[in-house]
Ligand binder design. Structure first.
Ligand SMILES: [Zn+2]
Ligand SMILES: [Zn+2]
Length: 432
């Protein structure tokens, strides 16, 4: 006989293992956890949870919804689908909370079609469900759908909120849609919502990336609240792309005055100062980074196969099928070169810090994950790879060639967005 605490602890176990306490982008700790607790325990936890559901132990739609969110954060689609099946059996599938979580689950696992299906089958949709689908489309770069959904949700009588606008603005910023972004930013006030610092960061990012740094700067100056680290970070990114070293150094000074900052920011600062020829400041930023003992995150990619997660680091040879994976990559590279692919090693050295070094060029984690999928998945199954860091320029080019040479659909989620590779091109239009 199961007690309530059994269900509780198995939920907790699931949550722990799947990184509920972690950020959306599950990093190396996930690998640790998978290393420590084998697959058997996952199945055990799920079995106890299932049993609890069948015995009707205070498992409600909130419980389901949070377990599905856990699966989403850990990008465990197969496990999430099993829980979806349980929802169906217990009729919790009609809950809009469960629906919203399912939409995020499918989206986070790179399956946008699945997210749409869940939305369409929902008997009742709340604002959360609309926002979840809007967010999904935005993250996947389907901006036409985003704008369409926005109109539809207003027609259906839902008032877009803070989150809705943030999703739209982030999408515009990723897709480089300057006019649309400005339009929605202004629309916020018309709808009676005062933009928050995250909305400002999106607008600055959008203008900065598009090269309108002066305008980005004036947006910052006109902010009603103090600009946050992410607002300055957005400006710094724009400055880096467009080579405005002077403005970058100015922004860097501003950030420095703010006090403690995140580790990513130290790198941005140090690079900004170095580019402006301010080597003393650059050294200072690096020293701060060292003093605080901030470690760079290891680049990791993972794919789900059955209920198992296969995780790879750059140049990793720990996987059981390592030899086959490397052979596949070698074979593929020859084909890619025949199609015109040339490895851009400078790119890698410029963009990628210590963790993915020169000797691993060609063996960055996402390539290993793709090669593993190529030798494992049936040909019709799209390849979905998750990565905790940004995809480097050379891998981005390489994956385009891979999609062309293999005829496979390859979806890569990096720490920022989704890339859908098909037939030699990517949905981000090389703008990421
Ligand atoms: Zn790479
Ligand atoms: Zn892309």
């Amino acid at each position: 006989m199961l007690s309530r605490s059994d269900v509780g602890s198995s939920l907790h176990c699931l949550a722990m293992k799947m990184g509920l306490d972690l950020d959306v982008f599950v990093g190396s700790s996930l690998v640790d956890m998978y290393g420590k607790c084998g697959l058997g325990e996952d199945e055990e936890a799920l079995r106890v949870f299932k049993q609890g559901v069948l015995e009707d132990l205070e498992v409600n739609d909130f419980t389901f919804s949070s377990v599905i969110r856990v699966c989403g954060s850990a990008t465990l689609l197969e496990l999430g689908k099993q829980i979806q099946g349980l929802c169906l059996k217990t009729s919790f599938d009609s809950s809009s909370f469960v629906g919203s979580s399912l939409i995020s689950l499918y989206s986070k696992c790179g399956n946008i079609e699945g997210a749409f299906r869940v939305f369409q089958e929902m008997p009742v949709r709340n604002l959360g469900a609309w926002n979840a689908l809007l967010n999904a489309c935005s993250k996947h770069g389907h901006m036409k759908e985003v704008f369409h959904l926005f109109i539809q949700m207003e027609k259906a009588g839902f008032q877009p909120n803070f989150v809705t606008f943030l999703c739209v603005l982030m999408g515009c910023s990723h897709a480089g849609l300057v006019e649309e972004g400005q339009f929605y930013f202004n629309l916020m006030r018309e709808r009676g919502i005062e933009p928050g610092d995250q909305h400002y960061a999106c607008l600055v990012d959008l203008l900065g990336r598009a090269g309108d740094l002066e305008k980005a700067m004036s947006v910052i100056n006109e902010m009603p609240m103090a600009p946050t680290e992410s607002v300055w970070g957005a400006l710094l990114t724009g400055c880096r792309i467009h080579g405005n070293t002077e403005m970058a150094a100015y922004a860097a000074d501003k950030v420095f005055q703010m006090g403690p900052i995140g580790s990513g920011m130290h790198v941005l600062l140090s690079n900004a100062y170095a580019a402006a020829g301010k080597y003393t400041e650059a050294a200072m930023a690096r020293k701060l980074l060292k003093d605080r003992g901030v470690k760079k995150e290891t680049g990791l990619s993972w794919v789900e196969e059955g209920n198992r997660m296969h995780t790879f680091a750059a140049g990793d040879r720990r996987h059981l099928r390592s030899n086959e994976i490397y052979a596949k990559l070698k074979e593929l590279e020859e084909e890619m070169e025949r199609e015109g692919y040339v490895a851009d090693t400078n790119h890698v050295l410029r963009e990628v810090g210590g963790e993915e070094k020169r000797q691993t060029i060609g063996y960055h984690s996402e390539r290993l994950a793709i090669a593993f999928s190529l030798i494992t998945f049936p040909p019709e199954r799209p390849i979905r790879v998750m990565k905790n860091l940004r995809v480097c320029g050379d891998c981005h080019t390489a994956i385009k060639f891979m999609s062309k040479c293999t005829g496979r659909k390859i979806i890569v989620r990096d720490n920022n967005r989704f890339h859908h590779f098909e037939n030699g091109s990517c949905s981000c239009g090389d703008y990421w």
